[in-house]
Design a protein around this ligand. Sequence first.
Ligand SMILES: Cc1cc2nc3c(=O)[nH]c(=O)nc-3n(C[C@H](O)[C@H](O)[C@H](O)COP(=O)(O)OP(=O)(O)OC[C@H]3O[C@@H](n4cnc5c(N)ncnc54)[C@H](O)[C@@H]3O)c2cc1C
Ligand code: SF4
Length: 491
Amino acid sequence: MGNPRGFLETKRLKEGERDALQRLADAREFVVEPPPQAVREQAGRCMDCGIPFCHSACPLGNLIPEWNDLLHHGQEDRAVARLLDTNNFPEVTGRICPAPCEASCVLNIEETPVAIKLVERSLSNLPGDEIFAPRPVLPATGRTVAVIGSGPAGMAAAQQLARLGHAVTLFEKDDRLGGLLRYGIPDFKLEKELLDKRFEQMRLEGVTFRPGVGVDHTNAEEIARTFDAVIVAVGARIPRDADLPGRGFGGVHFAMDFLTQHNKRVAGDRIPEAEVISAAGKRVIVLGGGDTGSDCVGTSLRQGAREVIQLELMPKPPLQRAPHNPWPEWPLVLRTSSSHSEGETLRQEEEDKPRLGRDWAVSTVRFHGEGEGADGRVTSLEAVRVKLEGGRPVPLGEESFHLPCDLVFLAMGFTGPEHDGPVGAYGLAKDARGNIVTDAAGCTSVEKIFATGDASRGQSLVVWAIADGRRVAAGVDRYLREGAAAQAKAG
Ligand SMILES: Cc1cc2nc3c(=O)[nH]c(=O)nc-3n(C[C@H](O)[C@H](O)[C@H](O)COP(=O)(O)OP(=O)(O)OC[C@H]3O[C@@H](n4cnc5c(N)ncnc54)[C@H](O)[C@@H]3O)c2cc1C
Ligand code: SF4
């Protein structure tokens, strides 16, 4: 156990944040890590409960009480090793996981929870880059696996299988590896040098990378013929559209088009002038209140937007847990991201012109603009107020209102994996929500083709993608070894 009186003597410490005005002027991470001694004291708040709920709330089953105890007793190396037993990429989850573990921490019933994510992040940042050192790899099995898609699910699957001795090739249609970690999530949440270090480790462990190679009907069959197993980890990348009058006006974009471009610019790429989507000096409306919408807010503020309004269809969540949402469930409460708090700082700095507004229970009915279609420009958004009836939002009345704008970002979720990639090429069965159907081991409806991550779960979280990638790797390993054993018997 950490410190038997730790939670009585030490208050929960939140991660520090860089000054909002300063961080808005650059692309660097917003977090400031507390000194190691303070993190060790935080680990000491862990009560080592008889029945800990935290590690079953963590999709990876991270052994949280164990690494808290080791860190508290100054055994950093062992704590890191314990963390890496279950989590391939703690440098990622320690930064961007919403930490369902903390919501279910037993201390959270009466007190404030252990700062688990802070401890995880700190362990992943220990000097010497221990977590990026190549790990031992089992002797080569002679079996080959193609992984299609290099997001966290494909990364975890590829790393696990390479460590088990299989020859893994990772295909990625984008020019750089990392999926949404690279081109969705902005640098202010996750700096991309961390991904580069991780891919270098995977290369040294034997994974072969093929960036810039999309898999579709032209090469899917050849890949299936060449490799002993294929894992489809293409994410759920079809954005939900707003099929409304005026949708075709210039200035109405999918959030991912904006975020991808921004991430590429931060990485040093030059975007052709005609394609640039810039929020500088503009009035921006973001439709959608989730992570994607919040990332559009932070990115627009960094680009110097004149005003940003974020609209959400669902009602404003309560500030505290409702009685029907008790511990240890995930609390359905109002969340304020680092991007929202930046907007709040700007409001205090510039009292006369608040730069960020958030509104809930609002449904867009039409975009207005000037000019024709894509050559024209959006000038305002018309919306109505809604209320929930039987779980569905219905208009409160006939009356609509207008919000002037120059840019609209659609961040209303995703509807499944693209059909023109391996899903269509292999003819994989999909469920009613458009996701690939798999069994618990990740097998699809087609022999030797497996699927994992958002492509089979639907748009979710990075921690689930890593857990899914590890699970499919175990399934593929079993499939390859059983196949090899059957062949040996037949021979
Ligand atoms: C803007 C945004 C912010 C988010 N923020 C958070 C957050 O803060 N915390 C959190 O936990 N989760 C967050 N999420 C969700 C999280 O990023 C995803 O759940 C996770 O990345 C899913 O991983 P994946 O590997 O299944 O898919 P992806 O990350 O989508 O990766 C799929 C990869 O497959 C590639 N691919 C697709 N088709 C082909 C093809 N035909 N051939 C070859 N390659 C192909 C794609 O280019 C991509 O690189 C966010 C999502 C978005 C969109
Ligand atoms: S990965 Fe997420 S849920 Fe798991 S221990 Fe880390 S912060 Fe908690």
